[in-house]
Design a protein around this ligand. Structure first.
Ligand SMILES: *Cc1c(COP(=O)(O)O)cnc(C)c1O
Length: 460
């Protein structure tokens, strides 16, 4: 009784005073919010005591699971010694110095300099300014245009939301800002038509390069892209896409920004997604898994090419955040890196738990309603469809994905819905037993969604 009353009271207060991100407040308040009270390992517990397997690592970020004593202790200790100091006025502190050095060790060899922020969005806004400043410094001030992609996600600040390719975001607040051109996404299932995945990958890469040539490569500064699009529905590009595109960008001297906010720090079974795709970016956007989500932190990895220009003839880069390199956040990141290295977490994702989940996940596509089920490392998705052969989808108004998300939550598994694509990105520490549970709950969800679609008359 007591818990029920508490849940109701918390819901009422939440409805009265809390505006949620990416949420229709009216609809949420009518339904009532779900309150997550605690978490351990890969499980969440809500205010009614239901235990839920967190298939999304919070919001792609809680990579090492919940309740890691090493991270808590590191943060507490840092808070006691130095809870805050800024890094603006010729000052620094041990955690930010150590973290910069450690990041230089784990990132690809061209990255030896890091600038810190509070989030992925702030990191992308930082890169947006830094790229234009770089071209100005090296005497090519006309290189100002950015290429990014439809259906990509780069964050919610003004430049990041403009770079992102989500039209619902552009509609609010008069975005995108000028100077950004959106290229097609390598989403074969949805957009590949009669082409094979490999031909489609080449086709989209060449379309992108053609767009650049039309603008004039001498006017194009850089391309922003996630190695695997996350919030767009976990779109794993065909194998031909990145080699063709990154070669074309290099030939045209267009900088590449690899937005590693989701793919970085082990998610794909490599330290960074660009290593899986074999691209050589000039910048990386870092956040989320950098602290395993325990404390907000973002970073910009700056390659030697850019850093050497800044160091050689740059002026003050007039940019930064109060919390750039916050000591407690840096301590959380250092503890995260310690665990990743001492437990060989990236190898575990690549060789052990990743392949174990992938095999079972891909077999979900045997269901008549599942068009494809794909996964790389521990990031994957499956697509609900009306007709597998013709690759046709359900009407958006049927909200099949949202229905499945609710079934899944009630079954005790968090999966996210992106249209009619269901997405997972579980913590790297999940056990084989927890994988089995995840798959059985996902199968149950698919069966329930199938019955639901039949009742709606969407499937014969
Ligand atoms: C989440 C995300 C961001 C934005 O990060 P925030 O910390 O939410 O600002 C940027 N890029 C990608 C790929 C993301 O998934």
């Amino acid at each position: 009784m007591n818990t029920v009353r508490t849940t109701a009271a918390l819901r009422a207060l939440d409805a009265a005073h809390h505006l949620h991100p990416f949420t229709n407040a009216r609809e949420l308040n009518a339904q009532g919010v779900r309150i997550i009270e605690s978490a351990r390992g890969v499980y969440l517990t809500d205010s009614d005591g239901q235990k839920i397997l967190d298939g999304m690592s919070g919001l792609w970020c809680s990579t090492l699971g919940y309740g890691r004593r090493e991270i808590l202790d590191a943060v507490t200790k840092q808070m006691e010694v130095l809870p805050f100091y800024n890094t603006f006025f010729k000052t620094s502190h041990p955690p930010v110095i150590q973290l910069s050095k450690r990041l230089a060790e784990v990132t690809p060899s061209q990255f030896n300099h890091f600038m810190f922020t509070g989030s992925g969005s702030e990191s992308n806004d930082t890169i947006f300014r830094l790229v234009r400043y770089y071209w100005d410094l090296v005497g090519q001030p006309d290189k100002t245009v950015f290429i990014s992609r439809h259906n990509s996600y780069h964050g919610s600040t003004v430049a990041a939301a403009s770079l992102g390719g989500l039209s619902a975001m552009h509609k609010q607040g008069g975005l995108p800002i000028p100077g950004i051109v959106h290229a097609p996404q390598p989403a074969w299932w949805a957009e590949g038509g009669d082409m094979s995945p490999d031909s489609f990958g080449l086709h989209v890469a060449r379309q992108t390069l053609d767009m650049i040539d039309e603008i004039g490569a001498d006017k194009v500064a850089a391309m922003f892209a996630e190695p695997i699009q996350g919030a767009g529905g976990v779109i794993i590009p065909p194998a031909t896409y990145w080699p063709e595109l990154s070669k074309g960008l290099k030939e045209r001297d267009i900088l590449l920004i690899s937005d590693e906010v989701i793919c970085g720090f082990g998610r794909t079974g490599h330290w960074f997604g660009c290593e899986l795709m074999n691209t050589q970016p000039d910048f990386m956007t870092l956040a989320k898994g950098i602290t395993s989500g325990y404390i907000p932190l973002g970073a910009v990895a700056v390659s030697d090419r850019i850093a050497s220009a800044l160091l050689a003839h740059g002026d003050e880069f007039a940019h930064g955040f109060t919390y750039s390199g916050h000591p407690a956040a840096c301590a959380a990141a250092l503890a995260t890196l310690d665990i990743m290295q001492s437990e060989d977490v990236v190898r575990r994702v690549h060789d052990d738990i990743g392949p174990y989940l992938q095999e079972k996940w891909r077999s979900l596509a045997e269901h008549p309603m599942i068009g494809e089920a794909t996964m790389e490392g521990l990031i994957g998705s499956f697509q609900f469809c009306a007709d597998k052969q013709a690759r046709t989808t359900f009407p958006a108004s049927a909200n099949i994905g949202l229905a499945a998300r609710d079934f899944s939550f009630d079954n005790g598994l968090v999966m996210r819905a992106v249209g009619d694509r269901m997405v997972i990105a579980p913590p790297f520490v999940l056990s084989r037993g927890e994988v089995d549970e995840l798959i059985s709950k996902a199968s149950q969800t698919i069966d329930q969604t199938y019955q639901h679609a039949r009742k709606l008359g969407l499937i014969a």
